[in-house]
Write a protein that binds this ligand. Structure first.
Ligand code: MLT
Length: 407
């Protein structure tokens, strides 16, 4: 009998997706301890409501949809012009970067885009990732067969190039000595909260152009940058348009984790293997994606109005205050901490050489605070935990007090 075969690469994936495993552990604990009040500083999910400018635009769009003239069926797969133009003007032109709206593809999330971008690249490419790293880059390449085989012993895939981001190098990845065709960079970094300087990004761009590599640049957290010297987009770097694709999201910038809207920039000047990557991504999106809802895109566009911008920046400032509370509190308690300054993530070294999952469990059970174990982001994350600044202000203060008590 002929039996349907499966994509056997999926069988190579170890365990479950990191944040699903954390949710599972937390729910086991919460079910067994219904009287305990948990504070969740684990997954980077926002808690502030959508800002008034966004909800007003969405309400108006819903009303439009209820009229024959204002109704919208399938939209353009690449996003509506009003949003692509607003993105180009505010996120790029305002920073002196020339990006054309036709280089911007609106989508339902940077996670999906970071995962789906592999569709346009050969499976024979060598992929380089930071270690620790946002697990989506690794797992999606494993699914596509680019990662090779996983070793439980080393915690690594044998076809991936790992670029350690550790205290010794200031959590900045070194350019790999090995061949690497696709390099995922994320700045401000998830999970370490580190940022990349202009000089560091220039070195990456020069290397990628010289080697014919492509940088997949995730800048989902750019809104948290307050240091004026730190670039917000890879396209501020000369030469980036011939070697980089950038992923941006409204999730952390404007509280869209549940609303879903993001975008990816694929410059027209970016070609590999004789093909335009912009054209390939366009072809992929048109075939597999029907666009983000009109109502959601109207909401997203509202963050580019003066009042919308001011409102979302207030929320960012709110989260940045939380980050400072976490950073200062844990530091005062004697932990070695980094990140948190231009990022919503604080990266803390576990005390007494404790393992990441051990410290995670200790904080869950004794402080009733949910964090993310650094080891879940890769072998070099072992011995660290990540805390997010996306909680409430009082809850964050309380979480830090509780953690300090159990230290
Ligand atoms: C995280 O906690 O790392 C993020 O929430 C994950 C994501 O944005 O998908």
């Amino acid at each position: 009998m002929h039996m349907t075969t499966i994509n056997r690469n999926y069988l190579k994936l170890p365990g479950s997706y990191l944040f699903s495993e954390i949710a599972r552990r937390v729910s086991v604990y919460a079910d067994a301890n219904p009287d305990k009040k948990l504070i969740r500083l684990g997954i980077g999910d926002v808690t502030r409501p959508l800002v008034p400018a966004v909800t007003a635009a969405m309400h108006a769009a819903v009303d439009e949809m209820a009229t024959a003239e204002g109704f919208h069926g399938y939209g353009p797969e690449q996003g509506y012009d009003f949003l692509r133009e607003a993105i180009a003007a505010h996120d790029y032109h305002a920073r002196g970067v020339e990006i054309d709206p036709s280089e911007i593809f609106v989508s339902d999330g940077a996670k999906s885009d970071c995962g789906n971008i592999g569709d346009i690249f050969g499976t024979d490419n060598v992929v380089a990732v930071c270690d620790p790293v946002y697990p989506v880059y690794v797992d999606t390449n494993a699914m596509a067969g680019r990662a090779g085989d996983f070793s439980e012993e080393t915690g690594k895939w044998n076809r991936l190039v790992y670029m350690p981001c550790v205290a010794e190098n200031g959590f900045a990845p070194a350019i790999p000595e090995e061949k690497a065709d696709l390099v995922y960079l994320c700045f401000p970094n998830n999970p370490t909260g580190a940022v990349a300087t202009r000089a560091q990004l220039q070195a990456w761009v020069d290397w990628a152009n010289a080697n014919g590599s492509v940088i997949l640049f995730d800048s989902a957290y750019e809104a948290f940058i307050s240091d004026p010297e730190i670039p917000h987009t890879i396209f501020e770097i000369p030469g980036a348009k011939t070697c980089a694709i950038e992923f941006r999201s409204f999730s952390k910038t404007a509280g869209f984790t549940g609303t879903r809207c993001a975008y990816t920039v694929v410059p027209k000047a970016l070609e590999r293997d004789g093909a335009s990557l912009n054209a390939l991504w366009n072809r992929r999106q048109c075939t597999k994606f029907n666009g983000v809802p009109y109502v959601v895109q109207r909401g997203a566009a509202a963050i580019y109005t003066p009042e919308g911008h001011a409102q979302v920046m207030e929320n960012i400032a709110f989260y940045k205050r939380n980050a400072k509370v976490i950073f200062d509190g844990l530091k005062a308690a004697g932990l070695t901490v980094s990140g948190g300054e231009n990022s919503p993530y604080v990266w803390a070294k576990t005390p007494d050489g404790m393992g990441s999952w051990e410290f995670f469990d200790k904080l869950l059970h004794q402080a009733n605070v949910v964090t993310t174990p650094g080891a879940g982001f890769g072998p070099s994350g072992e011995g660290y935990i990540r805390l997010t600044a996306f909680g409430g202000a009082d809850a964050t203060v309380e979480a830090v007090e509780r953690i300090c008590k159990v230290l």
